[in-house]
Design a protein around this ligand. Structure first.
Ligand SMILES: Nc1nc2c(ncn2[C@@H]2O[C@H](COP(=O)(O)OP(=O)(O)OP(=O)(O)O)[C@@H](O)[C@H]2O)c(=O)[nH]1
Length: 324
């Protein structure tokens, strides 16, 4: 049997379940997931290798939304980039939500590419079967989808058939990545995301959206990973919320993130967090540019940071994470 491979972009509105699906298909947590919309800000690839059969390079994207700030415009650019040059699109829709104007827009972006599209009706664990049949009928009039597959990314239902159908539809191709590689995103950047995930969980209203995280130091020594990271917010009041009374909130964010990182990295983790105010960073092109992990990676490997020698190569080689 020929080896099949290709790039498959996952497109959908915020909260549709794109990152949950990516993690489920890859079999490990490589993207953060919360109940808050617009959790994902950067494009990341998840790699699924089926021995002797093929390799699916999944591309997770931010949710399609109307951009207002520079940050959101950059997020939408990640979506447009992912729509171009892929072999297949997975358009994911949350069945607990009505099809609205924003869905129409998302679907129009998908259609415009002229690429084959599989429709994934997600969160079927939350609705009754007759309702699902109604939704399938409704969607089949909207586009000539290559497949319509009901799934529950969270419960794992429908994923075997999805994996099979995706693989079948890919062209005969090469191994794009080594078989044990699961993502293109190095651990250093996943760590920043895991910390941001805890901010999303612990803080409310505007604060999580005004927050970003950058790992400033990363050092691996035998079975210990030392990480220092900055949590950026836009205003002093937001900084006070993140720190909390007597430092309670920051302590909780740090403890939860450290526990999660120890599981993922398979080492002990020493995590230091600093909260910094960067006024209006979401509208600063320069700052938003700096947040792009692909760009940070480039800078790290061209030695722009002073502690470069202290960074274990595993933390920043372009190769990304392997299976532990
Ligand atoms: N019940 C149920 N919940 C799900 C399912 N898939 C995802 N969720 C939940 O939906 C919420 C959003 O999931 P994400 O995977 O972060 O969604 P996303 O599309 O990546 O969201 P953005 O980052 O905002 O674009 C989380 O609370 C998930 O746990 C599912 O199949 N069933």
């Amino acid at each position: 049997m020929p080896f099949r491979s290709g790039f498959v972009s996952i497109i959908g509105r915020p909260n549709a379940g794109k990152s949950t699906l990516l993690n489920a298909l890859v079999g490990e947590k490589i993207a953060i997931v919360t109940h808050k919309p617009q959790t994902t800000r950067n494009r990341i690839q998840g790699i699924v290798t089926v021995p002797k059969k093929g390799q699916i390079v999944l591309v997770d994207t931010p949710g399609v939304h109307k951009p207002d700030k520079t940050l959101n415009k950059r997020m939408m650019q990640e979506v447009y980039d992912a729509l171009e040059g892929c072999d297949l699109l997975l358009y994911i829709h949350d069945v607990t939500h009505k099809f609205e104007k924003e869905d129409e827009y998302t679907l129009s972006l998908v259609k415009k590419t002229g690429q084959p599209v599989m429709l994934l009706l997600n969160k079927i664990d939350l609705i009754a079967k007759p309702k699902l049949l109604e939704i399938i009928t409704q969607f089949s009039t909207l586009h000539d989808f290559k497949e319509i597959i009901p799934i529950s990314a969270a419960k794992g239902s429908g994923l075997d058939i999805l994996r099979k159908k995706v693989l079948q539809s890919l062209p005969v191709g090469p191994h794009y990545f080594p078989d044990d590689q699961i993502t293109d995103q190095p651990e250093r950047f996943l760590a920043a995301e895991i910390i941001r995930e805890q901010v999303l969980v612990c803080a409310h209203q505007e604060v999580p959206y005004a927050t970003t995280v950058m790992v400033e130091q990363w050092e691996e020594k035998r079975s210990l990973t030392k990480i220092a990271a900055a949590i950026f917010v836009e205003r002093d009041g937001q900084k006070a919320i993140i720190i909390g009374r007597g430092g309670e909130s920051l302590k909780r964010i740090g403890t939860n993130a450290r526990r999660e990182l120890e599981k993922i990295l398979n080492t002990k983790v020493f995590l230091e967090l600093f909260v910094k105010v960067q006024a209006g960073w979401r509208d600063s092109r320069h700052f938003v540019d700096q947040l792009d992990w692909h760009r940070q990676l480039e800078e790290l490997s061209t030695s722009l940071i002073p502690d470069r020698d202290a960074i274990n190569p595993k933390g920043h080689v372009p190769g990304g994470r392997r299976k532990h």
